[in-house]
Each structure stands twice: as C-alpha cells, then as structure tokens.
Design a protein around this ligand. Structure first.
Ligand SMILES: [Zn+2]
Length: 244
C-alpha cells in the first residue's frame, strides 16, 4: 500500500492510501485535482474519504470529494461544515467500525477546538493497523498491534516560546496552539504509551511552519522510538505495509 501526501499543515491536509485496486483518502483539505493526480486519474479506485474535523485545512473540499465517493465524518463535523444530510456524506459514530472497501475504520474522539473531532484507527489486510491522529492536544487511548502511525507533531515548546518572545507569534495564538495541537513532547509521550514493536513507519504530520524544525523533530522521534520516521510534506510517497 502506498501513502501519498497531498499536503500536511495549516495550508491544507490530504493523504491518499492506495494499492492497485482501491484507495482511501484521509482529509479533504487539498483540491480534488491533487487527489486525482495521486490516483493517476483512476478515480474509480476511490472507495471513500474520511475527515477528522471541520477546520478548512482538513475539510474545505468535502463537497468536491463527495461527488466521486462517500465522505465519512462525525455528526459534529457534518454540522460544522454545513454538510449534514447532503448526498454523499456519511456520519460516523465514535468507536463504531465503518468498512470502506477493504479498509476498516474506527473513529475515536480527540481533543481540538472544533465540533466532535476524530482520530482514526485504520485496518487493512496489507497495512495492518494504522493510527491516524492530528489536531489534538492529547490522546486518551492507546492502540493494540500498531504497524504504522501517522501522528501530528505541530510545535516545539522551546521554539514556540522563542517566537512569542520575539513577537513572531501572538501570545493568544500560542495559547490556542498549545490547547489544540500536539507538541513534539506530547507526540513522543503518546507514541511511547503504545507498543511500537511491530511499527514499520512513523509519519509526522502537520508541522508548523514557524514553530517546528523538521530535522530536529525527525531525529527526536527516531531516537525515542527506534523506528523509521519521516515527515509528511506535499509530494512525499512512502510504502505503508504490514511487513517491512
Ligand atoms: Zn484544526
């Protein structure tokens, strides 16, 4: 299974998981053309899209994606994005498994400043158990038998403090960031709370342009987990499989 990053961060989020016969999109925050490109214009492969929450950088293009295949989200996200009851929109309930082609998706509640935000545990025969968690201040769950992880590492406390001091980041924004996003430290703590012995890939998501450092983040997570770590950026493609 191949993961293609359409975008990761406040300017737009989108991830495509695909093999030769089917595809699942995570987040509808990048234009449909980017998704079509990633699929080699084989749009019939698309089984569905899942959206974590209603902020524009994750949800802006829901109505464009739902033309091609159902888009799954919480009731709160459907309300927040004014998609409730619309054709092609499917509501998910926390901790209830939804089958999308060969993908089995379990949504779970996370902590963010939006209406009913979700993280996802995604199971597929080829990828095993993939954890997807973004835009959350913390994770209250741990997850069994993970084989791949996509997780937010938005900011570093020290870099953010420095940016507040220098005036680059307003203190109010800094407070909002801390209350609704994963820091590098909380990302590492969340990873370490799980059994990582079968994890092949850790993909870091949604790094802040101002308050993060790609190399420092990758090295820090690598050294704490002993796993292969990469940073999600537009155009990045990696193999996400159950076996190495
Ligand atoms: Zn958000």
């Amino acid at each position: 299974m191949r993961l293609t990053v359409l975008g990761s961060g406040s300017s737009g989020n989108g991830y495509v998981l695909q093999n030769d016969s089917e595809a699942l999109v995570i987040e509808c925050g990048m234009p449909v053309m980017a998704m079509k490109n990633a699929l080699g214009f084989n749009i019939r492969k698309l089984r569905g899209s899942i959206v974590s929450h209603g902020h524009g950088d994750h949800a802006k293009y829901i109505s464009k994606y739902s033309v091609f295949a159902p888009v799954y989200m919480s009731e709160g996200t459907a309300e927040e994005t004014r998609n409730n009851g619309k054709h092609g929109i499917v509501r998910m309930k926390p901790l209830e498994t939804v089958r999308i082609g060969g993908f089995y998706v379990i949504p779970f509640d996370v902590h963010h400043d939006s209406k009913e935000p979700f993280g996802f545990l995604i199971r597929h025969d080829e990828i095993g158990n993939l954890l997807f968690a973004t835009d959350t201040a913390f994770l209250k769950y741990t997850f069994p038998k993970l084989t791949n992880i996509m997780i937010e590492a938005n900011f570093d406390d020290g870099i953010l403090d420095g940016n507040v001091k220098s005036g680059k980041v307003h203190p109010v924004l800094s407070k909002r960031i801390r209350q609704s996003h994963f820091s590098l430290k909380t990302c590492i703590e969340a990873l370490e709370a799980n059994d990582l012995s079968a994890v092949n890939n850790i993909v870091l998501l949604h790094l802040s342009d101002d308050n993060a450092d790609e190399n420092m983040f990758r090295k820090a997570v690598e050294s704490h987990t002993g796993r292969k770590v990469c940073v999600a950026k537009k155009g990045v493609e990696i193999e996400i499989n159950k076996e190495l």
